[in-house]
Design a protein around this ligand. Structure first.
Ligand SMILES: [Zn+2]
Ligand SMILES: [Zn+2]
Length: 571
């Protein structure tokens, strides 16, 4: 079935929903629903029929009025009536339709009688017992609504990027196996590599849209199908992540990808730029009047606005549009730029693999070097190394390096910064190492002045070359400690210290905005895995994502340097 038919059907469905909530004439509502169903079952391409000037009133249930709307939607992706209805009704009201058990009739009653517009307001009304008093609701319905809304709201919690990544990878693979599916892309904040992801937005082009949606809702990880229509479906996976899938017409794919990648702020800025050029941009394309001038690819959308395509990680309205217009977009660091990793643990402390296994995994990634940086003695739970064990590990690394050609293990340590800013190991123990990584693992609650002083002191230590996870935050678990990051970055520059962009899924630390501050101060950033086993090198892609969000280019990243240059920096 032509996907374009589904796009027109979706507009009619939304019109019907909104008319229904407004309490419009039942025949009128049914006319839109019937037209939607007819379009979903139609074997011919409605857009082609419009182009050929065919008489649409020959189609079942289509009169002159609906025929006009089909022509309007085929040309612009929307229609005046829908735009007007969207203006007349609080936007959140249609969000209520996504809550299982709340159809248009009930939403209408809640809206009219209780002035309830958002899920939060529905929840409050249910808990106050105000819903049971409405005609046609009752106590049992009120309880059902309460739990459905609570579930709807709780699934809005955000997942760490890497967790969302596991779901996304598996789901994309599943969908690529669906009959008739051409393209599957994850858009939204996941594509922008935001540190947390609220839900996954999938865009799909397919020759057989129904089959694709069926394949999606039939995915084994789906716990509940929240909604399902001709062109889109929403599910909640086991574990709570919501996934929205949209079928997109191929000619709109680039426009939809731009639109659903966001961010909202970036899209608003794009729309403003379009208006200045007498254009309209939406998820269906870029339009001059009723004529589509772009939309097939993202390149075409940005080109129509006089811009080169902007990498998704930059689309936060943080100056990227001006930079693009001026031809000053950064050439962002890419995975293939990394030549090694500077932060990893082994089974000697709290890791799970031997040095040799970690080295083999790093080599398999094409790396030239890997620093082994165990915890220091203060980290008793992690069996941190004292001076003697550190020396013994160094001898083992020397032995391994003598056997290996074209790969270098670096002797390192992730040494604790004590409360007073001193390091957890004596200078004599650090003297023979290739790299000293310093880290705060305790006393997160110090005052801003004390915490800043503590870290500045460690940065001034002549052996320290890398500050690990500079903010100390754990995503969803622990806020960053209070520290003056501007001072930290300036001090790092003064003493030739690099800042870490730690790719561990719970950390993603350096935070993206601090990456950009480091770049502005010309402090090199090291993108590291902090791997505790061989599989965790795969997390580097999320650290690269944060670095890209921080506008970092290859030369801003320490471990893109060849070994010889790296060793020069490490002194
Ligand atoms: Zn650490
Ligand atoms: Zn570590």
């Amino acid at each position: 079935m032509p996907v374009r038919n589904l796009a027109v059907a979706a507009v009619f469905d939304e019109i019907a929903d909104r008319l229904d909530i407004q309490g419009a004439n039942a025949f009128r509502i049914r006319a839109y629903r019937n037209a939607s169903r007819m379009l979903q079952e139609l074997s011919g391409d409605i857009a082609a029929m419009v182009e050929q000037g065919r008489d649409l009133t020959e189609l079942r249930g289509i009169g002159a009025d609906l025929a006009g709307k089909i022509r309007e939607i085929a040309a612009t992706g929307s229609c005046e009536l829908l735009e007007r209805l969207r203006r007349e009704m609080p936007p959140a009201v249609t969000e209520l339709l996504q809550i299982p058990g709340l159809g248009p009739k009930r939403v209408a009653v809640l809206w009219h009688d209780l002035d309830v517009q958002t899920p939060e307001q529905v929840l409050r009304a249910a808990r106050d017992g105000r819903i049971r008093a409405l005609s046609g609701f009752g106590e049992k319905t009120e309880r059902r609504i309460e739990s459905a809304v609570a579930a709807h709201l709780s699934k809005q919690r955000r997942l760490p990027l890497a967790t969302a990544g596991h779901y996304a990878d598996a789901l994309v693979e599943h969908l690529r196996g669906a009959p008739g599916v051409d393209r599957v892309v994850v858009a939204g904040s996941y594509r922008r590599m935001r540190e947390t992801v609220g839900d996954l937005d999938l865009l799909v082009t397919a020759r057989r849209g129904n089959a694709a949606i069926e394949h999606f809702t039939g995915y084994r990880e789906v716990e509940e199908v929240l909604s399902r229509g001709g062109t889109r479906a929403s599910v909640r996976l086991r574990g709570g992540l919501q996934v929205d899938l949209r079928l997109v017409a191929p000619e709109s794919f680039g426009a939809a990808l731009t639109y659903f990648t966001g961010s909202k702020a970036h899209n608003i800025a794009l729309r403003r730029r379009a208006q200045e050029r007498g254009l309209k941009v939406n998820e269906y394309g870029v339009f001059r009047g009723d004529t589509r001038v772009a939309g097939l690819t993202e390149e075409s959308v940005y080109r129509a606005l006089g811009l080169p395509v902007i990498p998704p990680e930059l689309r936060e309205d943080r100056g990227e549009i001006d930079a693009a217009a001026a031809g000053r977009l950064p050439e962002l660091v890419a995975p293939e730029d990394l030549r090694g990793d500077l932060h990893a643990h082994t089974a000697a402390t709290d890791g799970h693999n031997t040095i040799e296994e970690m080295a083999a995994a790093a080599r398999a990634l094409g790396f030239e070097y890997l620093a082994i940086t165990e915890h220091s003695r203060r980290q008793r739970m992690a069996h941190g190394l004292d001076a003697q064990r550190l020396r013994a590990q160094g001898e083992e690394i020397d032995r391994l390096n003598r056997q290996a050609k074209g790969f270098r293990l670096l002797k390192g340590i992730e040494v604790d910064i004590l409360e007073d800013g001193n390091l957890d190991l004596p200078d004599s123990a650090l003297a023979g190492l290739d790299i000293v990584v310093a880290a705060v693992h305790s006393r997160f609650e110090l005052s801003r002045a004390q915490q800043t002083e503590r870290i500045l002191r460690a940065l001034a230590h002549p052996r320290v070359k890398l500050l690990a996870h500079p903010s100390g935050r754990l995503i969803g678990q622990r806020e960053p400690y209070d520290v003056d990051m501007t001072q930290v970055i300036r001090k790092a520059r003064e003493h030739g210290v690099s800042l870490e962009s730690n790719a561990h899924p719970e950390r993603l630390d350096l935070i993206d905005t601090h990456c950009r501050m480091a770049k502005d101060e010309r402090v090199p950033v090291a993108i590291t895995s902090d791997a505790h086993d061989v599989a965790q090198f795969a997390n580097l892609r999320f650290g690269i994502g944060q670095a890209r969000r921080g506008w970092l280019e290859r030369d801003d990243v320490l471990n893109t340097r060849p070994l010889r240059e790296l060793l020069k920096f490490l002194g």
